[in-house]
Ligand binder design. Structure first.
Ligand code: C2E
Ligand code: MG
Ligand code: MG
Ligand code: MG
Length: 289
């Protein structure tokens, strides 16, 4: 039996690197093809106002329908598209598709709600962002109040001067902005106030433990109190249990998104939910209307 020597180890390592490089290369060409052949699909996850038992918004989330690998989630390909310089293409496709869906729902007489679209940090920094958003809204005759943009906290804080300018422009168009994954980055209160951010989305990691016995209920409480005193809207992400929903509602955050209410769903299912309501959305209802 031959012992594995240093040389073999290096060889082995190099082989592994080749495999990695190949899969990356083939992933890249598959992604280019995905863009050409229109293999992306949007799913929608409802945002529910628990007090009223109603869908008050939706978030568009992209999926890649790979011809042989099946459905691939955004975490696996968005960073690669960013590195390839193609995230702008996807972002444009996503916004266009969301506006197209909105205008078709409206034409079908469905009571529509604002749809949130995620922007990557790279898109957020691009000069042509405002123009392309305005052109897309105009082309579909969708009002700026029907589209909300979600940007992660870390993307917002990357270049605060540029952020202030972009936000100014977005607000000028009538668009609103939500800070995604709030609590995981390092934003200062002064900036949040200066940026006039519209909504904070409390990161799932805080929501997930807010019915537990550790410090997280305090964090959720603090975020809720802060958003309220700054006059911002609030959404809790990743609500999975009734206990979490009750804690959030009790502390004044009725708008929730998570598997407890609904998983991201196809455009057809979301349209049905808009028309007929979401089963179980009214279980925490308390306002008499
Ligand atoms: P995000 O914007 O924070 O979206 C929330 C993610 O949490 C989604 O994952 C959603 O499916 C998942 N989620 C929702 N409720 C629950 C829950 O109760 N429990 C758990 N465990 N997860 C829940 P998804 O669709 O895989 O998206 C992941 C991330 O990819 C998004 O995080 C967003 O940052 C990014 N992303 C998605 N679509 C787009 C897009 O069109 N453009 C860009 N730039 N990024 C996108
Ligand atoms: Mg989001
Ligand atoms: Mg999020
Ligand atoms: Mg998150």
């Amino acid at each position: 039996l031959r012992r594995l020597g240093e040389h073999d180890a290096i060889q082995c390592y190099t082989e592994q690197m080749k495999v990695d490089a190949m899969s990356r290369l083939s992933m890249e060409s598959a992604l280019r093809e995905a863009i050409d052949k229109d293999q992306f699909v949007l799913v929608y996850q409802p945002k529910v106002d628990a007090d009223r038992g109603r869908i008050v918004g939706g978030e568009a989330l992209v999926r890649w329908h790979h011809p042989t690998e099946g459905v691939i989630g955004p975490v696996a390909f968005i960073p690669l598209l960013e590195e390839m310089g193609l995230i702008g293409h996807l972002g444009q496709w996503v916004l266009n598709q969301a506006c197209d869906d909105l205008s078709r729902w409206r034409a079908a007489g469905v009571p529509v709600v604002p749809i949130a679209v995620n922007l990557s940090a790279i898109q957020f920094g691009r000069q042509d962002l405002l123009d392309s958003i305005r052109d897309t809204l105009d082309a579909h005759e969708v009002g700026a109040d029907m589209i909300e943009l979600e940007v992660t906290e870390s993307a917002l804080m990357r270049d605060t001067h540029a952020t202030a300018e972009v936000l100014h422009g977005l607000h000028g168009l009538g668009l609103s902005l939500a800070v995604d994954d709030f609590g995981t980055g390092y934003s200062s209160l002064a900036y949040l106030k200066r940026f006039a951010v519209d909504t904070l989305k409390i990161d799932r990691s805080f929501v997930q433990d807010c019915d537990g016995g550790n410090h997280d209920p305090a964090i959720v409480r603090a975020i809720i109190a802060m958003a309220r005193s700054l006059g911002m809207g609030l959404v809790a992400e990743g609500v999975e249990t009734e206990a979490q929903a009750r804690v959030l509602q009790a502390h004044g955050c009725p708008v929730m998104q998570g598997y407890l209410f609904a998983r991201p769903m196809s455009e057809v299912d979301f349209r049905t939910a808009l028309r007929d309501g979401l089963p179980g959305a009214d279980r925490f209802r308390r306002a008499a209307e």
